[in-house]
Design a binder for this molecule. Sequence first.
Ligand code: UT7
Length: 347
Amino acid sequence: MPAQIATAPPVTHATTLGLGVYRPRRIVPNAEIVDRIDSSDEWIRTRSGIEARRWAQDDETIVAMSTAAAREALTAANIPAEQIDAVILATSSQMVLGPSAGAVVATELGMHDTAAFDVSAGCAGFCYALANAANLVRAGQARHVLVIGVERLSDLLDPTDRTCAFIFADGAGAVVVGPSEVEGIGPVAWGSDGSQTSAIKQDKDFAQYFAEVAAAEASGGSTERPYIRMNGTAVFRWAVTFLEKACRDALDRSGVSVDQLDAFVPHQANSRITDALTRALHMPDSVAIARDIAESGNTSAASIPMAMEQLLRSGAAKPGDTALLLGFGAGLAYAGQVVTLPAITAG
Ligand code: UT7
């Protein structure tokens, strides 16, 4: 007779208790980028909605930005770091393969013996991590989970690439997920399509790059570092045709209708994608739409918590409101869920 394996006592519901962000100090206006890509401030504003973005400086590392955002989220949630049982960090721009950034951030925050790991799901990373955190809490495996979305995409940008140089940016956002009497994080609608990896990807892997560096050293030639590349039109088309269904799935699984939403926080990829989804879903005018892309650019795994914070900080939405989140990007991967918006810090 095999031994009976016990399960942790489950908790019924999970919610986001507090939210924090880190926005890098250096603001980079379109004017600083346009000359090298033969573009204009007007083209970038009208085609993407971006007016400026922030690019991290040397000291604003993945770990430093994550730690700052997490500290603010812990304060907003009123939960001390020692009560966190797991850290899940979503990123696609950490240049270190090991240890996980999550483990280093946990230690920076003063945690001891805390489960910590990283998630790689491109711009859908935050929603992937949030779904896993909610399930850990509901399953009774962790009481409080810290979820972080963070990027330093400026490290992967070819400044002469017309498709990527003006879009991608840096920053971090974090939420504390914990138990709740009512559900605050609906079931996730998610998926991926590996046949479309070429739509957004790092153009060469590091093994290839190191081989090129060695060959260049031997021959006296040169090589380019790996960069992020995107077929903007392919991603745009996928986003505006396929993702309406993902949003409807997330709403259906939560039993929430579009009319019951207070806010819509899609990944900040392009304001025209946000507009197309808003129209396709027939969102009423009463729904507050996140538009953080104007000042933050596309921060991939960090964009959803940063955009949530911007909505809450501006007063367009308030803690306790019902919001639809939708992350999407490289993979091509997506994840969406209906959530109750968390608290932010005062001031
Ligand atoms: O975060 C992960 C998910 N990422 C996304 O969801 C991004 C999705 N894609 C996009 O946001 C858009 O495709 C872009 C903003 C990247 C590009 O916008 P677009 O409207 O798809 O531009 P396009 O590539 O179709 O080009 C339209 C025109 C072309 O000129 P012609 O042929 O019409 O004369 C391009 O040469 O715009 C020109 N163009 C530019 N002009 C000024 C393309 N890039 C630029 C540029 N500046 N940077």
